[in-house]
Structures are given as C-alpha cells and as structure tokens.
Design a protein around this ligand. Structure first.
Ligand SMILES: NC(=O)c1ccc[n+]([C@@H]2O[C@H](COP(=O)([O-])OP(=O)(O)OC[C@H]3O[C@@H](n4cnc5c(N)ncnc54)[C@H](O)[C@@H]3O)[C@@H](O)[C@H]2O)c1
Ligand SMILES: O=c1ccn([C@@H]2O[C@H](COP(=O)(O)OP(=O)(O)O[C@H]3OC[C@@H](O)[C@H](O)[C@H]3O)[C@@H](O)[C@H]2O)c(=O)[nH]1
Length: 390
C-alpha cells in the first residue's frame, strides 16, 4: 500500500504519516512490525539494531515499493551517540531491544539486568526530555507467579479467576527469592515500567507499555547450529522446532506442567498497530497482549507440535516423542518458572476494541510449515556432514 489514503483511527480521525524510531527492529517482533508498517501504512521506520538478517527482505533490493520509508541503522544502544538524534527525528519511539530468552536470565543475570533496565534508561530519558511518545515493550513475566500457585494443589480456589487471571491494574507482581536468578529479567522489566510510569506522572511523558504473553510465529529466535549457536537455548517454540526437525525427543522441563497462553505474532502485531495509530486511546496505558483461549501445558504444546509437524512434514512422529528433564539440568542453577499466564483482556478491549483470532492449532500449522520450509534441508545437510575429529 503506502499511499495512506483514507486511513482513519478508531475515532474516525485521519491518521497522519509518522516517523517511528524502532529499537530492536531486527528481532522477531520488530521484523513483523516493520513488515506490517511497510505493507499496510504510509509510516516511515528508522530501524535500529545490531542485526538485520530478519528484515533483510524489507531492506533489499532498493527497488522495493517502501524503499524510501525504511532505513536501517546498525546501532548498539549501549554506547552510541546517534541514539538521541534518531529519537529526536521521530514522532514515536518503539523500544523492543532486550535480552529476553529464559536460558540467559539465570546464567547471565548481569547482562539481563543491564539490557532490560540500564540500557533502556537513555531511551526513556531522551523521549521524556524531547517530548516524544514512547511505546515500550515489557513482558507478562512482570506478574511472576499466580496467587493460586501458593494455594494447596487441591484447593477449589485455584479454579477461581481471581487467583490466576493477570490484570494490569490489579494483579501483584510475585517473584521468587533473589538466588532464583530467573527473576532478574522480570524484576528489571518491572523497574523500567515503574520508571516510565513515573516519567508520565511527574514529567508528562506520553507512554504506552506492552506486556506480551508468549507471542510466537515465524522468525522467532534461531535453530541451534543452523542460524544460531549450536549450544544456544532459544525459547520453547524454537527448542521444540529444532527437536522435531532433527527427529529428536522434545525435552519437557520439570514434567512440562507449566501453563502458557500462546498468541500468533500476526494477531499481536494488529494490536501494536492500533496502539501506534490511536495515541489518545493508548497513551498512559499498560496493555496485556495475549490470547486467553490458547492455553496449554507445555506437555500439551509438545504433543500438539508433534502432531502438527507430522502433518506438515509428512514424517511419522517418534514412538516416544518427549523426554522429561529437570530444570537444573536444562537451565542450570537459579531457574524458576511462571506457573500459569492468562491475560485479562478488559483494558485492551475497552481502549482499542482488539481481540486475537488465531487458534493454537492454526498458528502452529502455519509456523511449523515455515520452520519445515526454511530449515529442513539445512538440517539434513548439517546432519549428513561428518563430525571433524582432531
Ligand atoms: N516474543 C515474546 O513473546 C515476548 C514476550 C514478552 C516480552 N517480549 C519483549 O518484546 C521485546 C522484543 O522481543 P522479541 O521476541 O522480538 O526478541 P528478539 O530477541 O527477537 O528481539 C530483540 C532485538 O533487540 C536487539 N537488541 C538487543 N539489545 C540491543 C542493543 N543494545 N542495541 C541494539 N539492539 C539490541 C536484538 O539484536 C534483537 O534483534 C523484548 O523487549 C522482550 O522482552 C517478547
Ligand atoms: O525445550 C524446552 C524449552 C522450554 N520449556 C518450558 O516451556 C515453557 C516456556 O518457555 P519459553 O522459553 O517460551 O519462555 P517463558 O514462557 O518461560 O518466558 C518467556 O515469556 C515471556 C517473555 O518475556 C520472554 O520471551 C520469555 O521470558 C517454560 O515452562 C519452560 O521451562 C520446555 O519444557 N522445554
């Protein structure tokens, strides 16, 4: 598209084309957001990241219809004096940059805390000082554990939504003890949320905070040994995809009893676009963005992914497709887990009228079709290569 003709917001007002400084634009969410902005809106994007592989298809060739609306800046926001200038040139900053894979939280807690809190500080400061709007990506992990998880296993109260539903303006943030370094990420995200909120209250910063609930889809993380380190541990979608592609058993951490709600990235991006284009309705709010209808235990996710992958690849599943591993073995010392994550959708529904659409089966089918198409050949080649011996 890109002409911008007759684009109106939820209140019928014309949407003016804007320049968006997107930090972390080369990641999973950033790549989908850039794609959406280029194909469906007239907005310009200054895309900042240390990597650009996931948005390469949007940057090259220079004959693409949106070539003059997207500019990549290879910048590490930890130490780059160009950051303030790029924020000043923009109408809105979207900050996605973060270390956000659980395998890092307990093994690289310092990097995790610096990335999610310290490195985000100048972004908030420059937005506030220059009167620029900020959409900051936080996480559903700020809720930590549910109140219900502290009740006896057989307590009927565990079935009561008051004990597990996660609401932006009511639920407490419940983390484990300090030696459970898993919570370094959630705690850093919580503190930056509080700082942004305080900048809004004391200095009038126009902000929106997004709390994503397990967004998944194509281009999420990496497949170890193919487009990421062989020993790397990505998030669960990529871990399970990797095992399926290699015909290995899917590892269930601590029995795979934790529960998650998964949402298709394309549904979630619709919500972000509504926030971008409806500032009056989004400013000053914290939004859960998830799909409460897609809840499964991690064990059920493994079973469903095994079934779906067999369908899209035409290969029969392994006789015993999963294997149990302890969290200590899988993640190391200091790991802990969120037990259950159901987003309360009241606020996003009221402010933006948004609802997710895609079922878990459908989103896995389209994602695993992508994984198979993108990686199956490369994995076959990698497996057939003799291992070097010294
Ligand atoms: N995907 C999810 O389900 C999910 C859930 C909760 C929260 N989030 C949050 O959403 C944001 C984006 O997540 P994602 O899934 O796209 O992760 P991602 O790792 O794919 O993307 C993050 C991007 O930020 C970049 N980045 C990190 N540090 C940087 C720095 N110092 N300078 C420049 N670029 C830097 C990385 O290179 C990467 O491309 C993160 O803040 C994350 O905490 C995501
Ligand atoms: O191979 C695996 C990988 C993961 N898991 C389990 O699967 C569940 C989900 O793991 P993920 O790696 O997707 O990460 P989590 O859902 O715990 O956290 C994520 O949630 C919100 C975001 O802020 C981050 O992207 C990340 O912290 C966890 O219970 C984990 O222990 C397995 O059982 N096997």
């Amino acid at each position: 598209m890109a002409s911008g003709v007759a684009r109106v917001d939820l209140d019928g007002r014309p949407i003016k084309p804007m320049t968006i400084c997107m930090i972390g634009a080369g990641g999973f969410i950033g790549s989908h957001l850039c794609e959406k902005l280029m194909s469906e809106t007239p907005h310009k994007v200054l895309a900042l990241d240390v990597y650009s592989d996931k948005i390469k298809h949007l940057l090259e060739p220079s004959t693409l219809p949106w070539a003059d609306r997207i500019q990549f800046h290879r910048i590490n926001i930890k130490h780059d004096s160009r950051l303030e200038g790029l924020i000043k040139m923009s109408d809105l900053t979207v900050n996605l940059a973060a270390i956000c894979t659980p395998a890092d939280y307990n093994t690289r807690p310092l990097d995790t805390i610096y990335s999610n809190f310290i490195d985000a500080l100048p972004v908030v400061k420059y937005c506030s000082e220059n009167g620029k709007r900020l959409i900051h990506f936080s996480t559903c992990e700020v809720y930590g554990k549910t109140i219900g998880s502290f009740l006896p296993k057989d307590s009927p109260l565990r079935q009561d939504p008051a004990y597990y539903m996660l609401s932006e303006d009511a639920s407490p943030c419940i983390f484990g003890s300090i030696e459970k370094q898993r919570w370094s990420y959630a705690c850093a995200k919580q503190l930056i949320e509080r700082l942004i909120y305080a900048e809004g209250a004391e200095n009038g910063l126009e902000f929106t905070i997004v709390r994503p609930f397990n967004w998944i889809g194509p281009r999420m993380d990496f497949i170890p040994g193919i487009d990421g380190p062989s020993e790397g541990v990505p998030r669960v979608l990529a871990c399970f995809s990797n095992a399926l592609l290699r015909r290995q058993q899917l590892k269930l951490v601590d029995g795979g009893q934790s529960q998650r709600t998964f949402i298709f990235i394309k549904d979630a991006i619709e919500a972000v676009l509504l926030m971008i284009e409806n500032s009056a309705r989004a400013n000053g709010h914290i939004f859960n963005v998830g799909n409460p209808n897609n809840e499964v235990t991690v064990r059920q996710l493994a079973e469903m992914m095994t079934q779906v992958y067999s369908k899209v690849s035409g290969e029969p599943p392994l006789e015993v497709p999963t294997i149990d591993v302890s969290s200590k073995e899988f993640y190391g010392e200091g790991y802990d887990d969120s037990d259950k994550r159901i987003p309360d959708m009241t606020i996003i529904n009221r402010q933006l009228g948004w609802n997710p659409k895609t079922s878990l089966w459908d989103l896995l089918e389209s994602t695993l079709t992508y994984q198979h198409r993108t990686y199956a050949e490369a994995i076959k080649k990698a497996i057939s290569q003799p291992v070097a011996t010294s």
